[in-house]
Design a binder for this molecule. Structure first.
Ligand code: OGA
Ligand code: FE
Length: 265
């Protein structure tokens, strides 16, 4: 059993609409108007509860093969890895069409030194909201075609994978979507230089049941539901990096890639 206790950074309840700046804010404006609500929770080893599904719990572990050699080569990621992830998500979900549209590479050794690499995210969130899911389709596809696509079922599914395994620190934890309620999700502005995004911050509730996959390998990928237009299926999966109490003192920094895909049914 590799269940662990970990501290999660939820959103402290607030009256204002929460925001975060992703670039330096105007003089006198704080970077964010939120406060953390730190809660220590049990995070269950998801390897002990196989059979989780994207449509009920909102997460699934799959095996992955890739011809991608360099995750820091953005052109190669788009040319080689995106089509592989589209096929993977199509195979796992039965979607008629899948569009990979965005990715992040996380590497604490490179974060802040290049434009590409970011740190793990120690903040409980979901990447899309009821509003920003369809907005993403309109921004990417546009026009009549977008309207036809959002009129039918579609989902945003992240494919999260270690670049080097086994992961020894900062694993990604995620909350079983069937233990969450609509009132746990708080629409939050992400202010970029050129646009506003909308994500969900999450309010704590003791019923939330958290999981992670210990020692994830580079040939394993986690599928995470971040939006579903069908309210009868898991729609959003809160997630966050956690500090793993079992990390060895000389743990290798976690390196990972996550690709965001739109799946149309
Ligand atoms: C994600 C995500 C954070 C991390 O994949 O959507 O929030 O630390 N990842 O990898
Ligand atoms: Fe995320």
């Amino acid at each position: 059993m590799a269940d662990v206790e970990a501290t999660l950074n939820y959103l402290a309840p607030m009256d204002e609409r929460p925001y975060y700046y992703n670039h330096p804010p105007p003089k006198g404006t704080p970077w964010r108007n939120t406060h953390g609500d730190r809660r220590t929770v049990r995070v269950y080893d998801a390897r002990n509860t196989p059979g989780s599904s994207l449509d009920v719990e909102g997460f699934e572990l799959v095996r992955i093969e890739t011809k991608l050699e360099d995750a820091y080569d953005t052109d190669a990621v788009k040319a080689v890895y995106y089509p592989e992830m589209e096929a993977l998500v199509g195979g796992a979900t039965g979607a008629k069409r899948v569009l990979a549209f965005d990715h992040n590479v996380r590497n604490p050794k490179r974060a802040g030194k290049d434009d590409l690499s970011q740190n793990p995210v120690h903040f409980v969130h979901n990447d899309y909201t009821v509003a920003s899911g369809p907005q993403r389709v309109r921004d990417l596809v546009g026009g009549e075609e977008a309207e036809e696509l959002v009129a039918r079922r579609f989902a945003v599914i992240n494919v999260w994978r270690p670049l080097r395994g086994p992961v020894e620190e900062n694993p990604l934890a995620f909350c079983d979507a069937s233990t969450m309620r609509p009132e746990d999700f708080v629409a939050t502005d992400l202010r970029y230089a050129d646009r506003n995004g909308e994500i969900y911050s999450i309010l704590f509730r003791p019923e939330h049941r958290w999981h992670y996959y210990p020692a994830m390998r580079a040939d394993e990928a986690l599928l995470l539901k971040c939006y579903d237009s069908d309210p009868d299926r898991a729609s959003f999966t809160a997630h966050s990096a956690i500090e793993d109490p079992n990390s060895p003192p000389d743990a290798a920094p976690r390196e990972s890639i996550e690709v965001r895909t739109l799946a149309f049914f």
